[in-house]
Design a protein around this ligand. Structure first.
Ligand code: KIV
Ligand code: ZN
Length: 409
């Protein structure tokens, strides 16, 4: 098996996006949670950005054991020195430095020639290497760079001592096949490629960050960077939980690869981040969204009540979540209603199911979701009506979906 290292940048790329800032204490607590999640590398911040960031990175470096701790530094001497000062107390420190390689960035933003950028990258990797054996270099905007030049820079920085090369799709521009080609090209075009781990860092501007990261793994990348809940600049970074669970759930397809992530900590980590930032996860977000294991349509509810495998490709427990939820609403069928009523103590056969179902649909039409207290109120009405009629109708046997179940896929 090949291990794919998981590099978490929630506290750097994630934290720098609007609305996601954390206090120093929250950063420390979250870093400890990342250690429980068992990610391999924690990028704890950008120490040159502010004294506060420096202090948080240093504290994480001192307190969080057993992980590689890094931070980000522009490829300039003062950033590299400050970063080293912050992380050198770690059990396993890493220096991560970057410079752009695309002509768009070099010409329009940094006003550097390709040669100048390459020389700066080499010099800063060499400087970092003087401090620390573990050095990561990121060519920023790599996917919009000229590939020949990109491979040339990668060759040069590996020779200068970089041990990880992190190919960044900074603006979420690349397509999965194209990225696979770019990554596999490294071994054909960079003679020292075997001396470094190839990493990828994908943004989600076109919703492809997870797909691109997975394509890169297939093409030879052995480190993936991303953020919990997919947070990060603009549309966010690759969502770590999606990458990890794609590898876990599709072991048949990704049979050679594994991560060390303790997937049962995914949900607690996601919840902690959402509560610290006050930013809830979108309900339909894969793996950690509120609806990711919820079923409302009658046909789906009927299926999961018979066997969850019908509509679930993983168990909530696999990611540390509580049980599958059946959402009782206007799309629900009689099978689910019977089951929910039984959970509340209304035994099958003791009430008129057709009447209960009709009343339930009336309520569901006026509300987005029908809760336990609504069901109890419905059952009071059902009881009142059956006393009035002097009759109670037989309930249909559990497991026999009616026509209406089939009409609401
Ligand atoms: O998106 C990006 O290019 C980055 C690098 C600095 C790694 O965050
Ligand atoms: Zn980024």
């Amino acid at each position: 098996m090949d291990k794919v290292l998981i590099f978490d940048t929630t506290l750097r790329d994630g934290e720098q996006s609007p609305g996601f800032s954390l206090t120093s204490d929250q950063k420390i607590e979250f870093a400890h949670q990342l250690a429980r999640l068992n990610v391999d590398v924690i990028e704890a911040g950008f120490p040159a950005a502010s004294p506060d960031d420096f202090a948080a990175v240093q504290r994480i470096a001192r307190e969080v054991k057993g992980r590689i701790i890094t931070g980000l530094a522009r490829a300039v001497p003062e950033d590299v020195d400050i970063l080293w000062d912050a992380v050198k107390v770690a059990e396993n420190p890493r220096i991560h430095t970057f410079i752009s390689t695309s002509d768009i960035h070099l010409e329009k933003q940094f006003r550097l020639t390709r040669e100048q950028a390459k020389e700066q990258a080499i010099a800063m990797v060499a400087r970092a290497k003087g401090y620390c054996s573990d050095v990561e270099f990121s060519p920023m905007d790599a996917t919009r760079s000229d590939w020949d030049y990109l491979y040339e820079v990668i060759e040069a920085v590996i020779q200068a001592g970089a041990t990880t090369i992190n190919i960044a799709d900074t603006v979420g521009y690349v397509m999965p096949d194209e990225f696979g080609e770019l990554i596999s090209g490294v071994w054909g075009r960079v003679t020292s490629a075997d001396k470094a781990t190839i990493s990828v860092h994908c943004h989600d501007d076109l919703g492809l960050a997870t797909a691109n990261s997975l394509a890169a793994i297939k093409a030879g990348a052995r480190q993936v960077e991303g953020c919990v809940n997919g947070i990060g600049e603009r549309a966010g970074n690759a969502s770590l939980e999606e990458v990890v669970m794609a590898l876990n759930v599709r072991r048949d397809f990704f049979s050679r690869y594994e991560t060390g992530v303790n997937a049962r900590e995914i949900w607690p980590t996601s919840e902690m981040l959402a509560s610290f930032t006050g930013q809830g996860v979108q309900p339909n977000k894969a793996i950690v969204g509120r609806n990711a294991f919820a079923h409302e349509s009658g046909i789906h509810q009927d299926g999961v009540l018979k066997d969850k495998i019908t509509y679930e490709i993983m168990k909530p427990d696999d990611v540390g979540r509580p049980e599958t939820r059946l959402i009782m609403g206007k799309h629900s069928g009689r099978h689910a209603l019977r089951v929910e009523l039984a959970k509340l103590g209304f035994a099958v056969g003791s009430y008129d199911l057709l009447d209960a179902f009709r009343r339930f649909k009336d309520v569901a039409d006026t509300k987005k979701e029908v809760f336990e207290e609504d069901l109890r109120a419905i059952m009071q009405d059902v009881a009142g009506a059956s006393i009035g009629n002097g009759q109670a109708r037989e309930a249909a046997p559990v497991g026999a979906p009616d026509q209406r179940d089939r009409l609401t896929p």
